[in-house]
Design a protein. Structure first.
Length: 253
């Protein structure tokens, strides 16, 4: 069974590792190429876009892919929409690997917004020290609020830097711990956190640390994703794939 994983997440890498030695599956992991130095992967990797849904559908047909697994970031709504359309056009089984979002607990102070622009507005006019943990390609709207002091953490360097008078940068790749993120918040006297509701454990430290320090979190809501078959964990995906393989074998495919 030929499988294409749309990746870029820790779960995608974990799934690829779980499938790498299974002779019943031939796996390719697709990365968008937005990270300058991606981690080594346990299966063959394809880097770069497909050219929208039509291009992805063509690839699925040309490579005789049997199963497409969308294991992209929860905020990669355009890619997920393309995956859904391409799978339907190509007649390929589709499974979305969707990490559950974080849920508010007692002590959380979340200001939920629908876009980065709304996040900037939620910071207000009063100058504040803000820890921003978004992708480096999503930072431009913060230039509209130059009164704040920004601390920006990203996997790759922000180049060019944000056009504001006060910005500092941390280049780091998760996972991050609560203790480590609390130290960052305290050292830089942070007053607000801007984050996505990414879910999972790798970046939850900043949420827990903000709760412990009583800091408000400007939280970007998740986008609406296509309604398709989904799984939350690697184990659930493996069970789904085994069922799909059994069914295909029984049909003599």
């Amino acid at each position: 069974m030929r499988i294409l994983i749309l990746g870029g997440t820790a779960e995608a890498r974990q799934l690829a590792a779980a499938l790498a030695d299974r002779l019943a599956f031939e796996v390719t992991l697709s990365l968008a190429g937005r990270t300058a130095h991606p981690l080594p992967q346990p299966v063959p990797v394809r880097i770069g876009g497909f050219g929208g849904a039509a291009g992805l559908a063509g690839y699925l047909c040309d490579e005789r892919i049997d199963v497409l697994i969308d294991a992209t970031h929860p905020y990669a709504a355009a890619i997920s929409a393309n995956a859904c359309e391409a799978a339907e056009v190509a007649g390929v089984k589709l499974l979305a690997m969707r990490r559950p979002p974080w849920a508010k607990v007692e002590g959380d102070d979340w200001i939920e917004v629908a876009s980065v622009e709304e996040a900037v507005m939620a910071l207000g006019e009063t100058p504040r020290r803000v820890f921003v943990t978004l992708g480096r390609n999503e930072l431009q709207p913060f230039a509209a609020a130059p009164q704040h002091h920004y601390l920006i953490r990203s996997v790759d360097p922000v180049d060019p830097p944000l056009a504001v008078p006060h910005a500092a940068y941390i280049t780091a790749r998760g996972p991050f711990t609560e203790a480590g993120d609390r130290a960052v918040l305290e050292r830089h006297h942070i007053e607000r956190l801007v984050a996505k509701n990414s879910g999972g454990d790798a970046t939850y430290g900043k949420i827990a640390a903000s709760r412990a320090l009583g800091l408000p979190v400007v939280m970007l809501k998740r986008p609406v994703l296509p309604d398709t078959a989904s799984a939350a964990t690697v184990d659930e995906v493996l069970i789904w794939l085994d069922h799909a393989l059994t069914f295909s074998t029984a049909r003599g495919v």
